[in-house]
Design a protein around this ligand. Structure first.
Ligand SMILES: Cc1ncc(COP(=O)(O)O)c(C=O)c1O
Length: 327
């Protein structure tokens, strides 16, 4: 889990770069009271060998963000390409030599009381060092939540709407306190929707199956990535169809996908083993492919990665002295 954030971090806020400590909003901000914001989550993976941060599918993330902001009538007056350029600049200015998480957020910024919205919008982009989100190497124990996934006609789950994350927070908190690593939410039809912060895939009868986007799920970019990798690289048929809760208990493999969680195998659900409670072969293969693709190591998928080279480091005083003595 991520730790405390350095207040000296450079962020993008109010149209300029500034220290995190100075990037503040007023306590009457509309989004703070009513949840009227839309956020996004993007990963950058540190590549030790090339000394690069590989930002994964930023243009697709920013395009999704801008479209979903439209659901709340929030305008982001920059193109996905401009927003990607701001992200690259944040990586350079902060000189990250580690994997990172990028958090764009746009919100209704009027400072007044009253739920109806107007056209005053703001946005920010913050990038921070970020390690593993869930301890997923050996596989997770997931629990089906008693909380139901929000319905499209209440708050659309397909967008990362701030207020909607109360649903995820309730389920996730409950799951953790009950000893599970992650919550799986059912929708009002009783079908499996997704995890609190991730999409879900299961393997049954040799097919990879995930709920369709009409089942109240976020239209995940990792989900899309997995579908393409499975079909193109592994020749596996991916089915989008409703999943019953009890299918989770009888499937051969189960895993969760998301920008923060990556590809996280689930080896137990509701105290029942998924097959023999070990990471399945297909899950392992998809995990490996995703890891490689996200670091720009698969030529066909380099289109997904924006590599950010970092400025050369000043040599340590001792090393500089040695270099001068040697020449
Ligand atoms: C509820 C929910 N579902 C699914 C996902 C996965 O989406 P993506 O793969 O685009 O990160 C997320 C990501 O944050 C999420 O919050």
């Amino acid at each position: 889990m991520p730790g405390e954030v350095d207040s000296k971090l450079t962020v993008y806020f109010g149209g300029r770069y500034m220290p995190l400590a100075e990037a503040n909003v007023g306590i009457l901000t509309h989004a703070l009271h009513y949840g009227t914001g839309v956020f996004e989550g993007i990963r950058g993976y540190w590549d030790e060998e090339y000394e690069q941060v590989c930002v994964f599918r930023p243009v697709e993330h920013f395009e999704r963000w801008k479209k979903n902001c439209g659901i709340l009538r929030i305008g982001v007056p920059r193109s996905a390409e401009d927003l990607t350029a701001i992200t690259v600049e944040l990586v350079r200015r902060n000189e990250f030599r580690t994997s990172i998480y990028v958090r764009p957020l746009a919100w209704k910024c009027a400072e007044r009381v009253g739920v109806s919205t107007d056209d005053k919008d703001a946005f920010t982009i913050v990038a921070l060092p970020f390690g593993d989100y869930l301890p997923s190497d050996k596989g997770l124990h997931a629990g089906v939540s008693s909380w139901r996934r929000i319905e499209d006609n209440a708050i659309p789950a397909r967008a990362k709407i701030c207020g909607a994350y109360v649903n995820s927070a309730l389920a996730s908190d409950d799951a953790r306190r009950s000893g599970f690593d992650e919550a799986i939410l059912l929708n009002e039809s009783g079908h499996v929707a997704e995890g609190a912060t991730c999409n879900l895939f299961m393997v049954r009868h040799g097919k990879l199956i995930t709920p369709p986007v009409t089942e109240n799920v976020l239209e995940g970019i990792t989900r899309d990535t997995v579908m393409e990798l499975a079909e193109r690289e592994l020749g596996i048929t991916v089915l989008e169809r409703p999943i019953d809760r009890s299918e989770l208990y009888v499937c051969n493999e189960l895993f969760l996908t998301g920008t923060a969680v990556g590809i996280a195998p689930v080896v137990r659900v509701d105290h029942r083993p998924v097959k023999d409670a070990t990471v399945g072969a297909l899950t392992g293969e998809i995990r490996r492919l995703y890891f490689e693709a996200a670091r720009g190591r698969l030529r066909v998928y380099r289109k997904w990665v924006v590599p950010v080279d970092l400025p050369q480091r000043e040599p340590e005083p001792e090393a500089a002295l040695l270099a001068t003595t040697r020449s």
